[in-house]
Structures are given as structure tokens and as C-alpha cells.
Design a protein around this ligand. Structure first.
Ligand SMILES: *[C@@H]1O[C@H](CO)[C@@H](O)[C@H](O)[C@H]1NC(C)=O
Ligand SMILES: *[C@@H]1O[C@H](CO)[C@@H](O)[C@H](O)[C@H]1NC(C)=O
Ligand SMILES: *[C@@H]1O[C@H](CO)[C@@H](O)[C@H](O)[C@H]1NC(C)=O
Length: 355
């Protein structure tokens, strides 16, 4: 076969550009890939033009982005990415900016020595500042809505189906038309600052205006654990209940609207409290924020097997032992409270791991 010189020249140029591009890829990757995404798309097909309510079951659960609060790659993020891949969620893990010790001390001491002032312990202060940073990041990205998730959590394999019905219930609670005709339709309507979908318990009493619907994927009362077990016992079994927040704690997963991001910075940006979640909860309770709780929760913290005695980063920051190296326990299945069909354990071990 005769190849004219001219074509050889083109071929050489293409090869050269190709090599140039490949050799620059690591550089581009470093520059551009400040996030890691997964896009498994297993449970629902990709469709960018879903009607508003059904969009709550899309790859970002009907929010504009899912941002993960994380200090970097570890057993926490690896399991999280596996769970996201299994359930077809697109998550972004932005690098956390360094948090200076002097800032931690200063923030923890805001409010001074007044006896009425509460001060967060060291580890809780670091986590608090990290949450504020991530919310500022969401504001810089100019997001309409964001779902913020801590990196050691877990959810049910059916989370995308769960969220569509939760969105419908939130619309009912906020008296938003089921068929939103507004120019910016969103699955969850607009009448909220914060949706508390991942927590470690919430209070309830019968005076609360509550929207409940049957959900066989909700953790049954008999298997629900935690301090709020007693309150849950008054709600219908095998149901998901949605109401204005009263006393949710633990910031495992929460969504913020555009105005919610600013309002949380306003109420929690100045420290003075036990921890970020408690400060936000108090603002929800005082109606300084419009917060909605989902009970039982759809996101909960995963724990490595108890025998290894692994502490959370917040506890370690507060003075608890650093514990074993992750290589010792990462491959051993742990457990997740209150999640029937764990996505993390399914992805990593093909099993459920309800405690
Ligand atoms: C996406 O969803 C919309 C609204 O339900 C529907 O009309 C459209 O046909 C869907 N597109 C695809 C590719 O499935
Ligand atoms: C999911 O739906 C929300 C709300 O409609 C939208 O902002 C977001 O871009 C969608 N996510 C994806 C991955 O299409
Ligand atoms: C919300 O209200 C509509 C209309 O009454 C109803 O069809 C729907 O089932 C309700 N959704 C939930 C989750 O309660």
C-alpha cells in the first residue's frame, strides 16, 4: 500500500497532537477535576426533562447538585462512591480548604467568657467550619438548591424512588401545587430553607401538622434505633412522615434552597453553640429557618464493625483515640442504623447491614 507523503504528514501531526494531549491530561485532570462523580444510572433511566415531581428521582435527587463534606479519600469516601454508583447518584466531593488551628480556636471562643455562651469542642468546631465552607462553595457555584451529605453515611438502595414521594409530601405540607406551573419548577417547591433528610432522630407529637404516606422501604418501628424511637412509635408503621422540623439532630444529609444557604450562614456563621447541627436545629425550632424533617430519616451514618472501635473524625477531634488503621477494618462489613437495604453494604458486600 502506498501512503502519500501528505497523508503521512497529517498522520504524524495527529499523533503528535494526541501525544501532547495525553501527556497534558494529568495536568488538566488536576486542574479541572476538583470533584469525583459517579453516574451508574442503575435504577432509573437518564432523562434530563423529567416533569418536576419525578425529577426528585434523578441522579441528583432533584437538587441541582449533591456536594459531599469530606476531608479526603478514605474508607468513608470509597464506600460512599460505591453506594452512589450502585444507586446511580451523581455526587461531587470538593476538596476541603485547610482549616487553620488559629481560626478553629477563635471560632470556638466567639461569644467570649459569658456563662450563657456555649462553645463547641475542638472537633465539633472543625466540622462546623467545614459545613460553613461547603455552603459558601454552593453559593459561589450559584446553585438554586444543593444537597449536602457527610462522607460516612449510607442510604437505601431505593432512595431515588423514596425521594419522589417525599417531594410530593413536601409539596403537600407546603401547599405547593402538585403540578408546578412556575417558571422555575422544582420537585420540592420553593417554600423552605432546609430539608433535613438525614439525621439521628427527631421529636414528634400529634399536634404537628404531618403528611404521612405508606412506604415499605421505611425502617419499621420495631427495628428503629436511637433516642427518637419513642416519638416514632406514635407515628403509623411502615410510613414516611414529613413535618416542620422541631428537634432534628446530626447533619448527615440536608438540602438547602438558595435563600436557605444564606439564612444558614446568617444563623450559624457566628459560632456560639454546642455544634453546627444543634445551632441549625435551634434556628429551625425558633422558626428563624424554615426546615422540614423526614421521619424516619433516609440517610444515616454507617459504622465500621463495632469490634474495631473506630471513632468519628469529630470525636477524634474532641479528644477520642485515633483508633486502628483503616486497612484493618475497611474490608469488614459494619452496620447502619435505620436503613433497611443499605446501599453501601450492598455495593461492597452484596448484603444488608441494618443494626
Ligand atoms: C423524559 O421525560 C419526559 C416527561 O415525562 C417525557 O415526555 C420524555 O419522553 C422522556 N424522554 C425520554 C428520552 O425518555
Ligand atoms: C435533577 O433535577 C433537578 C431539578 O429539576 C435539576 O436541577 C438537576 O439538574 C437534575 N439533575 C440531573 C443530573 O439532571
Ligand atoms: C399529596 O396530595 C395529592 C393530592 O391530594 C395526593 O394525590 C398525593 O398522594 C399526596 N402525596 C402524599 C405523599 O401524601
Amino acid at each position: 500500500m502506498i501512503i502519500p507523503r501528505f497523508y503521512l504528514f497529517i498522520l504524524a501531526s495527529v499523533a503528535f497532537i494526541g501525544i501532547w494531549f495525553l501527556s497534558y491530561k494529568p495536568f488538566l485532570y488536576q486542574q479541572l477535576s476538583v470533584s469525583q462523580s459517579t453516574d451508574g444510572g442503575r435504577s432509573l433511566p437518564l432523562n434530563h426533562s423529567l416533569p418536576p415531581l419525578e425529577a426528585a428521582g434523578n441522579e441528583t435527587l432533584g437538587f441541582q447538585k449533591i456536594l459531599i463534606l469530606s476531608t479526603g479519600p478514605s474508607w468513608r469516601t470509597r464506600g460512599l462512591l460505591a453506594a452512589a454508583h450502585l444507586t446511580g447518584l451523581q455526587i461531587t466531593i470538593p476538596p476541603q480548604p485547610p482549616i487553620d488551628e488559629a481560626i478553629v480556636d477563635a471560632f470556638g471562643q466567639l461569644g467570649g467568657d459569658d456563662d450563657d455562651e456555649e462553645h463547641p469542642p475542638h472537633g465539633a468546631t472543625i466540622a462546623w467550619l467545614a459545613h460553613l465552607d461547603l455552603i459558601k462553595h454552593a453559593i459561589q457555584l450559584d446553585l438554586e438548591t444543593v444537597l449536602i451529605i457527610e462522607d460516612d453515611v449510607d442510604w437505601d438502595v431505593s432512595i431515588r424512588h423514596q425521594m419522589v414521594r417525599i417531594a410530593s409530601a413536601i409539596r403537600n405540607l407546603t401547599h405547593t401545587e402538585q403540578r408546578d406551573q412556575s417558571s422555575h419548577p422544582t420537585p420540592y417547591g420553593h417554600d423552605w430553607d432546609l430539608l433535613w433528610i438525614g439525621h439521628c432522630g427527631e421529636f414528634w407529637n400529634e399536634d404537628f401538622e404531618t403528611v404521612s404516606f405508606e412506604d415499605r422501604s421505611a425502617c419499621p418501628k420495631a427495628q428503629y434505633s436511637g433516642w427518637a424511637r419513642n416519638y416514632l412509635s406514635h407515628l403509623p408503621d411502615h410510613h414516611r412522615s414529613i413535618y416542620w422540623s422541631f428537634n432534628p439532630v446530626c447533619s448527615f444529609a440536608y438540602a438547602l434552597s438558595r435563600k436557605g444557604m444564606r439564612n444558614v450562614l446568617r444563623v450559624a456563621g457566628g459560632g456560639r453553640g454546642e455544634a453546627f447541627d444543634v445551632k441549625v436545629m435551634q434556628a429551625c425550632k425558633a422558626k428563624a429557618l424554615r426546615c422540614i424533617s423526614v421521619v424516619p430519616e433516609v440517610v444515616h451514618q454507617y459504622f465500621p464493625a463495632a469490634s474495631y472501635g473506630v471513632n468519628s473524625l469529630v470525636d477524634i477531634g474532641n479528644g477520642e483515640a485515633v483508633g486502628p488503621d483503616e486497612t484493618e477494618f475497611e474490608s469488614v462489613m459494619g452496620s447502619t442504623d435505620n436503613i433497611l437495604e443499605s446501599a453501601r453494604c450492598n455495593a461492597l458486600w452484596g448484603k444488608t447491614c441494618l443494626r
